[in-house]
Write a protein that binds this ligand. Sequence first.
Ligand code: KG4
Ligand code: ZN
Length: 349
Amino acid sequence: MLVLGIETSCDETAAAVVADGHPRIRADLVLSQLAEHRPYGGVVPEIAARAHLDHLDGLIARALKESGAGWADLAAVAATGGPGLIGGVMVGVMEAKAISYARQLPFIAVNHLEGHALAPRLVEELAFPYLLLLVSGGHCQLVAIEDVGAYRRLGTTMDDAAGECFDKGAKLLGLGWPGGPAIEAAAKTGDARRFPLPRPLAGKPGCDFSFSGLKTALAEKTRDLADHNRLDAQARADLAASLQHAIVAHLADRVAHALKQFHLQYGPDRALVASGGVAANDALRARLETLAAEEGYRFVAPPPRLCTDNAAMIAWAGIERLKRGLTDSLDFAPRPRWPLDPAARARVS
Ligand code: KG4
Ligand code: ZN
């Protein structure tokens, strides 16, 4: 079973061909738009949509060629149907619908978050249920993944996403964009103890996250140092280390609560899984590995390339859905917002 996957929900144009058998990933192409957006210090939706439009056709042709598959070998076409920047999502969905119509292939609209949630199963044996920490530029959630399409949110962010905190922090420190990798690199030569930052929601129960206080504290410290002409390279590295330390500690604190809750409900010998762009962070991975072990759980995270946005995870989610007969009709409307667990909205807000 070969499925073509398309991802265009943010600033990566991606196409992949994934199989049910081995090897699974037959082609996995990601065209980053970093250079186009960098002058603006973040993703510009209009530029992203136009870039997807310019490159998607060619990228799909290259992915098919690389995989050695022809149109006739495909079992379905899957595209991110949301959530994301709507212009980009529309480009991917329309492309997938056109292919579906022209080639008589089933069309599957994949929730981008489901792509991240199921990505670990693409590379590892991983049984349901598992506890997922989904940490990306737009999302920060703890979700019990019970089965394909059965997701129960345990916690979410009350303000920014973890990736946003990295990105805004890097911007404040003048370390460039995207912020996660820049902060991680700078932190390597920094001392996290020099400028301690507050721990959001310290001592508070629950599994929700908050990052805005951290961002404000960092902004104040940075301004203070700049005012006294002390914001040199070492100070920036120390602040980067401190920010990373605080973000990881906050994530770990909430994950620890979620692990207890999850354990009570689903029992021992399960897995803690991290996915999304921030899960590429080594300090976070190491911390989560320890936490999982303390609970007697396995820790699983896809390789960094499959943590950040890619189309292999979309094709894989397509395979998981196709196997269960879950396909979509061509009147599917792209969704700028699309919670994994619709019931969670009522519970949290
Ligand atoms: O999943 P992703 O590629 O796109 C979204 O769906 O948002 O995540 C992008 C986010 C950005 O905020 C980026 O700064 C962050 O993931 N990120 C990292 C690292 N690599 C990417 N954050 C911390 N450490 C990293 N190594
Ligand atoms: Zn993502």
